[in-house]
Design a protein around this ligand. Structure first.
Ligand code: HEM
Ligand SMILES: [Ca+2]
Ligand SMILES: [Ca+2]
Length: 306
């Protein structure tokens, strides 16, 4: 089916309080659980790169289907991110039942949360429908990994219509949130990567010393301003404070370094490019009436697919 035309006012008549309900649900949640913003941004990214922005990542596994969210690559998506979507859906179902898709909820909540923690405001166009498929075995190869080269990551971004510059801008999402030790343990054990800032490496070695038994240990992706959406992530990369190998490599690789320099020196340029790239991310693979539905519950298809 051809992609639907998304519009800013899609719910103006059918759910006039949509914007308000999302905002008023997200605000207290982020206040109580400050990790919600980062978790939700990552959830949205993983949704859009798998079958498009269609809420496929929200589907729960059942006896007949192992869903995307239970693939290894998604296992670290935090409960708070799923929870915010559920809360918004519950509030919307009271006010305008059966109208707003889970895919639109995730897109709008992500924007509100990014803006709330200091990031740029951008317009979210609406009218996505929720997809009919969510398969764990399809995740591999569609999401980037922390140990990949720039060309490998680029091939995944290219499949979704993004340029190298947009890959760098979107990686700026790592200005907030956490990573578990196993994602960067090979940079500190058995030997410290000499390109990692030595003081930072010391902190990480201590934090992660028992990571194989204590799998919950996690470090801030941006150790300087972890809760604030800003361009510190890019400044960090120049100082050996990039946590993941995939972060550090953006500074090391001559093809991406100029973009890192640009964003490190100019937050306005970063915000502008990040905002445009997020609008574009929200259009990846969107579904319309023909190939999607408005789910009653975000974690279940309306019809059991057996
Ligand atoms: C460029 C390739 C990328 C790679 C290799 C990558 C990899 C990762 C890894 C390994 C983590 C840590 C997960 C954990 O241990 O819990 C992470 C976290 C995160 N990623 Fe990415 N990522 C990439 C791009 C992106 C993009 C494009 C966005 C969004 C625009 C994004 C947003 C986030 C956020 C916000 C977190 C923190 C999540 C939290 O605190 O719960 N990442 N990423
Ligand atoms: Ca999806
Ligand atoms: Ca930051």
């Amino acid at each position: 089916a051809p992609p639907p035309n998304l519009t800013k006012d899609y719910y103006q008549k059918t759910c006039p309080d949509f914007n308000k309900i999302v905002r008023e649900t997200v605000t207290p949640k982020q206040g109580q659980q400050p990790t919600t913003a980062a978790g939700t941004l990552r959830l949205f990214f993983h949704d859009c790169f798998m079958e498009g922005c269609d809420a496929s990542v929200l589907i729960a596994t059942n006896s007949f289907n192992k869903a995307e969210r239970d693939d290894d690559l998604n296992e670290s998506l935090p409960g708070d991110a799923f929870d915010i979507v559920t809360r918004i859906k519950t509030a919307l179902e009271l006010s305008c039942p059966g109208v707003v898709s889970c895919a639109d909820i995730l897109a709008q909540a992500t924007r509100d949360l990014v803006t709330m923690v200091g990031g740029p405001f951008y317009e979210v166009k609406l009218g996505r429908k929720d997809g009919f498929e969510s398969k764990a075995h399809k995740v591999k190869g569609n999401l980037p990994l922390a140990n990949q080269s720039v060309p490998d990551m680029l091939s995944i971004f290219k499949k979704n219509g993004f340029t190298l510059k947009e890959l760098v801008a979107l990686s700026g999402g790592h200005t907030i949130g956490f990573s578990h030790c196993k994602e960067f343990s090979n940079r500190i054990f058995p030997k410290v990567d000499p390109e990692l800032n030595a003081k930072f490496a010391g902190v990480l070695k201590d934090l992660c010393k028992n990571f194989e038994t204590n799998k919950t240990m996690a470090a801030f992706l941006d150790p300087v301003t972890p809760g604030k959406f800003d361009n510190m992530y890019f400044k960090n990369l120049k100082r050996g404070l990039g946590l993941l190998a995939s972060d550090h490599i953006l500074f090391k690789d001559p093809s991406t370094r100029p973009f890192v320099e640009l964003y490190a020196n100019n937050q306005t340029a970063f915000f502008e490019d990040f905002a445009r790239a997020m609008e574009k991310l929200g259009r990846v693979g969107v579904k319309g009436e023909k190939d999607g539905e408005v789910r009653r519950r975000c974690d279940h298809f309306n019809k059991l697919n057996v």
